[in-house]
Design a protein around this ligand. Structure first.
Ligand code: SF4
Ligand code: FES
Length: 357
């Protein structure tokens, strides 16, 4: 039997007031009519808690787009779960946040798009920058812990120092500087988002210096640009190992992007209990552990560190999810990543995330 999951990523909705082209949500977004209702989400939380889940990340899209968010927060918190609200900050008022905090939100993760208002709003596709500053102020006033998350790419990497300064100004305890991971909309926009090596090198220096300067005040998490690395990321800390995702329509996924892998046998909370899906479904067992691995991963000493990388990336770039992540320098498909890196940068702006595009 697999160990129980620690976290549940509850993608409550794909609706969102922003339309960032780096979004990792699937290109085919789930429409409002197909979203799970309040009672069903509460059942999902009950089942997740019974299965062992201790952290619930309420995400999307924008979870504030759900009118029943207060009930969902109260229910998850009432089960004893640590509740993290992952938000753009748009739609967060003092009243709403005070209500959500009273019902049990433990932590807020706020996205920022860039250090400067003009560039940030261009990426967001909305006038969002000032709302985010205000939202951070509200979180601070209530004394809730705040993580700021910035997705990095060619269009904002040169201002990583400004993004760090912005997170300080917002009063964040933690800043995640996450280079874009290429799934969903981000994969579609890869040519417009891929950074240059010189940008990455400079940003790494800035982050290292800031980490030293901010030690003890703000934790800095730096997610590297994996295409530019020699070894892949330990995606999800292994397939079906620590966390599960429930999509807005109730599909239960081993990772948020797993829907791209064909014939995985993804199941839905409307049809089967979560514990059954976690332990016994074909989707969750497809790449669990090490037995599914082929060479070079099978005999590689790094497999317990990186689990062979990312299954979704292996599928997207090689057509077979059981292959070694082609980011790995030992992968026979590494040339595909190098080919992408050698392409001329795309000067056009990223396509905006949205329904029916
Ligand atoms: Fe990781 Fe597989 Fe590459 Fe070894 S061969 S470093 S296990 S991806
Ligand atoms: Fe799906 Fe990495 S994103 S396994």
């Amino acid at each position: 039997m697999a160990e129980p999951p620690f976290g549940l990523l509850a993608e409550l909705t794909h609706r969102c007031p922003l339309s960032c082209g780096y979004c990792s949500n699937p290109v085919e977004l789930v429409r409002r009519e197909a979203e799970l209702g309040t009672a069903r989400w509460c059942e999902v939380f009950d089942q997740a808690r019974a299965l062992g889940v201790l952290q619930v990340h309420l995400s999307g899209g924008e979870p504030l787009a759900r009118g029943d968010l207060p009930e969902l927060v109260e229910h998850a918190a009432g089960l004893g779960c640590y509740v993290n609200l992952v938000t753009s900050g748009l739609g967060l008022t003092a009243r709403r946040l005070a209500d959500l905090a009273a019902r049990g939100v433990d932590h807020v993760q706020l996205s920022v798009q860039d250090a400067r208002p003009g560039e940030a709003d261009l990426i967001a596709g909305a006038r969002a920058f000032d709302h985010k500053l205000a939202a951070a102020g509200l979180v601070r006033e209530l004394g809730l812990p705040l993580t700021v998350n910035a997705v990095l790419h060619r269009l904002n990497l040169d201002r990583v120092d400004g993004i760090i300064a912005l997170a300080e100004r917002m009063g964040a305890q933690r800043l995640e500087l996450a280079n874009t991971q290429y799934y969903g909309w981000a994969l579609r926009n890869r040519a417009a988002l891929l950074p240059r090596p010189d940008q990455l090198a400079r940003a790494a220096e800035v982050v290292a210096a800031a980490r030293e300067r901010l030690a003890g005040r703000m934790e800095l998490v730096h997610v590297v640009a994996d295409y530019h690395e020699a070894h892949p990321k330990p995606c999800m800390h292994g397939w079906g190992a620590r966390q599960l995702t429930v999509a807005p329509d109730g599909d239960v996924l081993p990772c948020p992007a797993a829907g791209v892998i064909p014939d995985l046998g993804v199941e839905n909370v409307r049809d089967r209990p979560l514990a059954d899906i976690w332990h016994h479904s074909r989707a969750f067992n497809a790449f669990r552990g090490f037995d599914w691995m082929r060479e070079p991963c099978r005999g590689c000493p790094r497999k317990e560190l990186d689990f062979g990388g990312c299954r979704c990336q292996a599928f997207q770039l090689t057509g077979d999810a059981a292959n070694t992540d082609p980011v790995c320098s030992l992968s026979p498909h590494r040339a595909e990543v190098d080919r992408v890196l050698a392409l001329e940068p795309e000067p056009a702006a990223p396509v905006r995330r949205g329904f029916g595009r």
